[in-house]
Ligand binder design. Structure first.
Ligand SMILES: Cc1cc2nc3c(=O)[nH]c(=O)nc-3n(C[C@H](O)[C@H](O)[C@H](O)COP(=O)(O)OP(=O)(O)OC[C@H]3O[C@@H](n4cnc5c(N)ncnc54)[C@H](O)[C@@H]3O)c2cc1C
Length: 446
């Protein structure tokens, strides 16, 4: 290998961020070890370390593309394992307030629908095929090790009741919570990043249902976006074994119960009867699982003036988003894309890993900007906690008018779909021709 930047890298956590990071690091380090506190299931099954994995997980098109850069066989392997191919904007019916439903238009690209355990199982299997990556389960990382110059040089973890140490040139924290990164900053006498929160207390409930036969349905999945007054929404996505994952959610503590009659009754309160009609007679497979998500949270690592060498946080440790927008895995994969570029640029440079984290924090700001501004749309709910952006009312007016224009204009619709799938930045919607159409629509409705 000629690209080497170091001997050994460790990744904490075998979630989507951790596995994708490990695969990228394997091109730049002699060996990579992933330490995961859970046992790895032998099949595509939920595990305790990721309780959210029982909720529907949408992989946006940009996320699939980024993961394909790390795992070229991913699309084939997912389909082989039971993922369901859907045509974007055709097969999944979208209902938003005032546009119930959106026109179904074919823009020529697909996404894959599957449960999160299936996605993780396939990504994990592909990671295992990389000879210089070791996936070690039931290893709970306790703390990071520091040298006298405040460089992270490894970590301490527990396995089978014993405490062990492992050294590395780079430790990547993909543990989601990020406590070890924060505690290491404390130990170095460096300030922690400031945190921006958008408090939503979103309550999810998800059940798997056998798909009833109905030739007249005309869709494979549904996204029902909530109106500001109710905050209640839901999704139906096809997944493996000819079943649907049905997720219903409410905001600020309101949410679906975990008993079937209550779950179905919750769907009946939506603006349209699409999801209710779909689930009312569908057989439930297993139980309904609830999950409460308190807040979107962005840690401002980019503003820190000091950060230890040898450490790199990634994924939800840096930023997590209201899951209803389906952005977290895609953003994690895009962050790995930024990491790959940075590592590439550093090949052959002296002290190549020094200053990696600050460069990474700066590099991912473009990745985070658009999905974070989507998360900010939660300020339409009166009870949402946090600092509402000063231009919020104007932004929402523009967005509402833009959606009405897009529902009528296929070209604008296509751009909006690309933006929603995080394929292009939202600035494409600031094209003067589009802004003129949107402004005219806004003027007409005042
Ligand atoms: C309810 C819900 C629904 C979601 N829906 C979507 C969706 O539709 N689409 C989407 O793109 N994203 C969704 N997300 C977000 C998505 O799950 C994450 O953003 C994404 O998976 C990236 O997470 P991660 O890899 O950083 O962390 P995680 O997936 O949480 O993985 C962290 C891993 O670290 C391990 N770990 C933690 N501490 C330690 C330790 N001390 N030692 C060893 N291992 C440790 C954990 O066991 C876990 O395996 C959803 C999230 C939630 C909560």
């Amino acid at each position: 290998m000629t690209n080497l930047l170091g001997t050994h890298a460790i990744v904490i956590g075998a979630g989507i961020a951790g596995l994708a990071a490990a695969k990228t690091l394997s091109s730049y380090f002699e060996s990579v070890t992933v330490l995961e506190r859970d046992a790895f299931p032998e099949r595509a099954e939920p595990r305790v370390g990721t309780p959210h994995c029982r909720q529907a997980h949408v992989l946006l098109r940009a996320g699939l593309q980024e993961l394909l850069a790390s795992f070229p066989d991913l699309e084939n392997e997912l389909e082989r394992a039971g993922a369901v191919r859907t045509r974007v904007a055709v097969d999944v019916l979208i209902e938003t307030p005032g546009i119930d439903p959106w026109p179904q238009r074919d823009f020529g690209f697909d996404t894959l629908c599957m449960t999160r355990p299936l996605l993780e199982f396939v990504v994990r299997s592909l990671t295992r095929k990389q000879a210089n990556i070791a996936l070690q389960s039931q290893c709970r990382v306790k703390s990071l090790q520091l040298a006298a110059d405040r460089r992270v040089t490894g970590l301490i973890y527990e396995h089978s009741g014993a405490t062990r140490r492992m050294s590395a040139d780079l430790v990547v924290d993909a543990s989601s919570l990020g406590n070890m990164t924060l505690e290491t900053l404390d130990a170095c006498g460096m300030p922690r990043p400031e945190e921006t929160e958008i408090g939503v207390d979103i309550v999810y409930g998800t059940g798997r249902f056998r798909i009833p036969r109905d030739e007249s349905r005309g869709w494979m999945g549904v996204i029902h976006r909530p109106a500001a007054v109710s905050g209640r929404g839901g999704f139906v996505f096809p997944c493996e074994d000819e079943s649907w994952q049905v997720t219903l959610n409410g905001m600020h503590g309101d949410g679906p119960p975990d008993d079937l009659p209550g779950f179905v009754a919750f769907a009946k309160t939506f603006r349209t009867s699409t999801i209710y009609d779909a689930v009312k007679d569908a057989p439930l497979l297993g139980s309904i699982h609830r999950f409460v998500f308190p807040n979107s949270r962005r840690r401002r690592f980019e503003a820190l003036t000091a950060f230890p060498n040898g450490l790199l946080p990634i994924g939800d440790v840096i930023c997590r988003f209201n899951p209803a927008f389906g952005q977290g895995m895609t953003v994690a994969a895009q962050e790995v894309g930024v990491l790959r570029q940075l590592l590439d640029q550093r090949v052959g440079t002296p002290s190549a890993l020094d200053g990696l984290a600050p460069a990474f924090f700066a590099g991912i700001q473009n990745v985070l900007a658009a999905p974070w501004s989507v998360a900010e749309s939660d300020f339409i709910y009166e009870k949402t906690r946090g600092a509402r952006p000063a231009d919020f009312v104007q932004r929402m007016k523009f967005s509402g008018a833009l959606q009405r224009v897009a529902a009528e204009d296929a070209d604008v619709h296509r751009l909006l779909i690309d933006v929603n799938h995080l394929l292009v930045p939202p600035t494409v919607l600031r094209d003067p021709q589009i802004v003129n159409k949107v402004s005219a629509r806004m003027a007409a409705s005042t």
